[in-house]
Write a protein that binds this ligand. Structure first.
Ligand SMILES: Nc1ncnc2c1ncn2[C@@H]1O[C@H](COP(=O)(O)OP(=O)(O)OP(=O)(O)O)[C@@H](O)[C@H]1O
Length: 257
């Protein structure tokens, strides 16, 4: 059963757990004058540790902008972002780059694997860039869970889309980041491969307490999450706990999506 969180009540519910990621008063404006767009018009939101959250909303509501600001890939005009106790918005570029490399995992719609590296090398790349060694047992565990055991020496062009995205998920999980941000991770996959990737993300939350924040347009994808945060016109417009596809569709319809 889904439980609706009204906009006014969202803050109380979201503050119950110690957050992995938190944003306060986030604003991001593009253009100026008549062409000004308030992509984020004052967003306060929290993401609890060990929770899988989907960010949804109509096209242009600010989902990607929010994710990019939360991940330190874009700079907000105003407001603050915290990863645990670290304020991202106060870091210099070099420190922000290091933090992203060491404490944040990314999964993109277009996989973003390096074509000249095989699956193992792609999975290990963030750790290598950070000068860290992989924990062999954890590497084996991640590779096994993600069904990549027989594919480790294949390059991306020798893998299906679903397999490439599983390599990208393994790459994101291996450093045990504070949070994995997934931007439309199933957007380029058929429904079966998409379901596998979503199950793997959900499994990482259930089994090892990974925190995952995912932007998606797909109500079925969102139903794998513990919670949906709804955005409209650059503002938080409510949320759903334990979302079902139908409840997500209804909530989006109410937003005019
Ligand atoms: N670089 C940019 N320059 C100008 N406007 C931008 C830029 N990036 C985003 N916007 C505008 O900011 C608003 C929010 O965009 P954003 O991409 O965050 O929305 P979204 O919810 O992710 O959309 P979609 O679901 O279509 O991907 C939109 O009106 C968009 O046109």
């Amino acid at each position: 059963m889904s439980e609706s969180i009204e906009p006014g009540g969202a803050t109380t519910v979201l503050q119950a757990a110690r957050p992995a990621v938190r944003a306060e008063g986030l604003r991001r404006t593009y253009g100026r004058g008549d062409a000004v767009v308030h992509a984020l018009a004052g967003v306060d939101v929290e993401f609890a540790r060990g929770e899988f959250t989907a960010i949804m909303g109509p096209s242009g509501s600010g989902k990607s902008t929010l994710m990019h600001c939360l991940a330190g890939l874009d700079t907000a005009d105003a407001g603050r972002v915290f990863l645990g106790d670290t304020e991202l918005t106060a870091l210099r570029d070099a420190d922000l780059t290091r933090l992203r490399r060491e404490r944040v995992g990314f999964v993109f719609q277009s996989f973003n694997l390096l074509p000249v590296l095989d699956a193992t090398e792609n999975v290990l790349l963030p750790l290598r860039l950070a000068g860290r060694s992989p924990d062999p047992a954890w590497f084996d565990d991640v590779v096994r869970r993600l069904g990549l055991t027989g594919r480790l020496h294949h390059r991306p062009h020798e893998l299906s889309g679903g397999q490439q995205q599983r390599v990208a998920v393994a790459r994101a999980l291996l450093p045990r980041p504070d949070v994995v941000f997934a931007d439309e991770p199933t957007g380029n996959l058929d429904s079966r491969s998409g379901a596998e990737v979503l199950s793997l993300l959900r499994g990482s939350v259930r089994e090892v307490g990974q925190t995952v924040v995912m932007v998606t347009h797909d109500p079925v994808a969102a139903s794998y999450a513990d919670r949906v945060v709804l955005l409209a016109d650059g503002r938080i417009a409510g949320g759903l706990a334990n979302p079902t596809p139908d409840a997500v569709l209804d909530a989006l319809r109410d937003l005019g999506a």
